[in-house]
Design a protein around this ligand. Structure first.
Ligand SMILES: C[S@@+](CC[C@H](N)C(=O)[O-])C[C@H]1O[C@@H](n2cnc3c(N)ncnc32)[C@H](O)[C@@H]1O
Ligand code: SF4
Length: 480
């Protein structure tokens, strides 16, 4: 049975929608607003000067005290009251993230550190004000402590990070909904795209120089950058190094990705242009799954590619894994981890499967791993990683993620990816170049930021290049 708000309480619908969805994931906005037929349980919310009262269909009132009348605090109290009521009445354990929905949990913790709170006080706030579980609290404390020396100072406008998008893949993996163009269909657009991207890079580089702004980190991702040829990669890297890189640039990552796109020539090119960090992504080391999800490589290819990358001299390699791929369980995941242990990447990023509308796997969801099994795999990984000296260093949550979990990046001591930290913590301006790339422009006055995106459509990007460049250069002029 679905929950809907009584007419008088509908003004709180946007505040409580995400919280009610923790308990009823299929709930629609229309249902919550009582705009559909069918039986619903009625929820009533009363906001009084010192407390929030909530109840379901004339049951017992549940109350939560309001300790601060600041509007955001009142909203938080309403969420907490609804969350606790539903936990009790529906006999449901809720979410390990409590009422932290639609917000990056680490950002809240950094704000608390900024205010000078002690560790114990921060733990208290997360537990009592946001109902976060003790496991998640402890990982938030570990992650934010590790990040503190690296996160940008909000008032420092002299540095930015840059994301460069290569939106091509050999073919599309069945779980993926990242915007990307398959080489079969779009291969003949690549050369023109590179020319246009180079134009954007050159103009952005010039504008940054004029404003005396240095690029702290560069991340080339996608898609699959190594879907380009070695020559194409070389041309691009040469321009990036001459236009964006300075003595203050601390890191340059290229997400190589699928091993079927990587060869010795391409790796040597990356190395020649001083790319320090690359990704080689297995997702899983279980052969039947690799076939099922449309990855065009074997587990053996991961070993060969890693060996090649080490031989060429790459010292920091990341590997992406996904928990919850169809048909997988804890035993299969352990098999993957046994292989990873032999490969010893410096960084590991654990994703929990999130199936968006455009993913091919959404067509057949029968074989999906249940949320509770995914949770087991996730918990197993946390201990596995810790025992092997990996530490979590960034975390983000996505919609539609299995088991209400998160994505977490791990690193060996001293080797986090700085770009990932700056991007997730949203304290440094990020300039996104190329198709679909997002930019975040930080407002130094109040710490807020503005998102803007280049077109996701390759043709539109090409057509609108001049105005895209002009708008970006204007933004850069406003940073100084
Ligand atoms: C933008 S993709 C690029 C990676 C690269 N092209 C490759 O396939 O190896 C970055 C990562 O997101 C993760 N990812 C993609 N789709 C996902 C999904 N539906 N759920 C969870 N993680 C996903 C994968 O681990 C992937 O390696
Ligand atoms: S997972 Fe990587 S290779 Fe596969 S479609 Fe997505 S971006 Fe492309």
């Amino acid at each position: 049975m679905k929950i809907s708000l009584i007419p008088r309480s509908r003004e709180y619908a946007s505040t409580v929608f995400d919280v009610v969805k923790i308990f009823q994931p299929e709930l629609t906005w229309q249902e919550l607003m009582g705009e559909t037929d069918g039986k619903t349980v009625l929820m009533e919310i009363e906001v009084l000067p010192a407390q929030v009262l909530v109840r379901l269909t004339e049951g017992e009132w549940f109350s939560e005290p309001i300790t601060d009348n600041e509007p955001n605090e009142v909203k938080r109290t309403i969420k907490l009251a609804v969350y606790k009521l539903l936990q009790k009445v529906l006999n449901h354990k809720g979410s390990p993230w409590g009422i932290l929905t639609g917000i990056r949990p680490t950002k809240i913790v950094h704000r608390l550190w900024d205010q000078g709170l002690e560790e114990q006080e921060i733990k208290g706030v997360l537990r009592n004000k946001f109902a976060v579980s003790s496991e998640k609290i402890s990982s938030l404390i570990t992650i934010t402590k590790l990040q503190r020396p690296y996160i940008a100072n909000l008032t420092d406008s002299s540095k930015v990070s840059v994301y460069i998008s290569i939106p091509f893949c050999p073919t599309r993996c069945h779980y993926c909904s990242f915007p990307s163009f398959s080489m079969d269909q779009w291969g003949n657009h690549v050369e023109q795209y590179i020319l246009n991207l180079i134009k954007e890079i050159k103009n952005v580089g010039l504008a940054l120089q004029e404003q005396n702004i240095a690029v702290e980190t560069i991340y080339m991702g996608g898609g699959t950058p190594t879907a380009l040829t070695a020559t194409q990669l070389g041309n691009l890297l040469e321009v990036i190094n001459s236009c964006l890189r300075t003595s203050e640039t601390l890191e340059f990552t290229v997400e190589a990705g699928r091993p079927d796109t990587i060869n010795e020539d391409k790796l040597k090119t990356l190395k020649d242009f001083e790319v320090e960090r690359i990704s080689i992504n297995p997702q899983t080391m279980w052969e039947p799954t690799l076939k099922k999800i449309g990855r065009n490589h074997s587990a053996g290819d991961i070993f060969t590619t890693m060996e090649l990358a080490r031989k060429i001299g790459f010292k920091v390699i990341n590997m992406d894994l996904i928990v919850g791929l169809p048909g997988e369980n804890l035993e299969i995941f352990k098999h993957t981890l046994d292989n990873i242990e032999v490969l010893k990447p410096e960084n590991l990023t654990l994703h929990s499967l999130a199936l968006k509308r455009t993913a091919k796997l959404r067509e057949n969801t029968e074989n999906l791993t249940p949320g509770c099994e995914v949770e087991k795999m996730f918990t197993y990984f946390e201990k596995w990683a810790l025992d092997r000296n990996y530490r979590p260093y960034y975390l983000y949550r996505q919609k539609l993620i299995l088991g209400n979990l998160e994505n977490v990046g791990y690193c060996l001591p001293g080797l986090p990816c700085l770009y990932n930290i700056q991007m997730i913590e949203e304290r440094q301006t990020i300039l996104g170049l190329g198709v679909g790339a997002g930019s975040k422009i930080i407002n130094r006055e109040d710490g807020t930021f503005r998102n803007s995106y280049n077109p996701k459509d390759l043709i539109l990007y090409n057509e609108r290049l001049e105005e895209i460049i002009e708008a970006k250069v204007d933004k850069i002029k406003g940073l100084g």
